[in-house]
Design a binder for this molecule. Structure first.
Ligand SMILES: [Fe+2]
Length: 317
């Protein structure tokens, strides 16, 4: 027992990857997998197409285990340490080199396998009603006529959390870039709520714990509305967890409307957000209850295209 405890408490020495803070913020950790690990993972996963992972949920955990084993089980521990620590609670995962897979759909499949392994090391993805799978793939183009700002290129997508209108816990969000062409701008925006200068003003407000109504536009395929407060719980250290998005909250009176309006204005005006470029194949993984995320606008281009994958899930520990 003593030996086991010592092993659990020993400092983490990464095998097959390295970790360092992002240049934009000490909070955001950059995790870089080595070329050896990427080649090993590509080999280990070659027998399972993404369809197999879609059909057999346990294979997703097997994929996570294969990746973890290539790092002598240090990657899973490291990622969970990052995600469970509110002061960091976010990482950008990228890799060195390239798998021996030609570009195109097979290469995209490799990236999906990788983000599947990562999501199952930190928790369990929720079913994505918009796409009908445990993940969603979607494309941002120059022209768009959808019913939310998700795919609209020429405007900033305001800072928000995901999962405001679903009943499942949404502890984490993975945003992965699968492909990109003719893009300029459109970086990911992140704001840790502990860095939001006016957090206390809104957290200590009489409406902070008041139930609000949350709905979703038709494309999300979620018909029912739910209610919860913006500041719906405290974490294990007594700090606020937040669930907020400007587009999908439906204030029922003037007081709620003005509270939410002023909150949105305050968040958008806060200078403490960070800008994070996301190279193709890399992914941002954020704890969804203490980090707000958004997207900067793009420069218009008739052939601009960006394909993204997202997974939203809950912690299982
Ligand atoms: Fe989002």
């Amino acid at each position: 027992m003593t030996a086991l405890l010592r092993a659990v408490e020993s400092p983490l020495v990464p095998v097959g990857f390295n970790v360092k803070p992002h240049e934009a913020s000490e909070r955001l950790q950059v995790v870089t997998l080595s070329s050896d690990v990427i080649h090993g993972f590509a080999d280990a996963m070659s027998e399972w197409p993404v369809q197999a992972l879609e059909y057999k949920p346990f294979l997703r955990f097997a994929a996570a285990d294969k990746l973890n084993a290539l790092t002598e089980m240090t990657l899973g521990r490291c990622l969970n340490d990052i995600m469970q620590n509110r002061d960091s609670a976010a990482f950008l995962l990228q890799y060195e080199g390239e798998p021996d897979i030609e570009s195109g759909e097979l290469r995209t499949e490799f990236d999906i396998k990788l983000s599947t392994a990562i999501s199952h090391l930190v928790g369990l993805p929720n079913h994505d009603s918009m796409y009908g799978k445990y993940y969603a793939r979607f494309t941002v183009l120059n022209e768009d006529n959808s019913d939310s700002y998700l795919r609209q290129a020429h405007r900033r997508m305001e800072l928000h959390t995901d999962g405001t209108y679903v009943n499942e816990r949404t502890d984490f969000v993975i945003m992965q870039k699968l492909a990109e062409a003719n893009m300029q701008g459109g970086e990911s925006l992140l704001l840790h709520i502990d860095d939001w200068a006016e957090l206390d003003k809104f957290y200590n407000h009489p409406l902070a714990k008041k139930d609000m109504v949350w709905g979703a536009p038709k494309s999300k395929n979620v018909d029912s509305k739910i209610t919860h407060p913006v500041f719906f719980e405290e974490d294990k250290n007594g700090k606020p967890n937040m669930s907020f998005i400007d587009q999908f909250v439906e204030p029922q009176n003037m007081a709620e409307g003005m509270y939410l309006y002023q909150m949105g204005e305050s968040i958008e005006a806060d200078p403490n957000y960070i800008t994070v470029p996301l190279p193709v194949g890399s992914m941002l993984v954020v704890q969804n209850l203490c980090w707000l995320h958004g997207r900067d606008k793009f420069v218009a281009h008739p052939q601009l295209s960006r394909e993204l994958l997202r997974q939203r899930g809950h912690f299982t520990r």
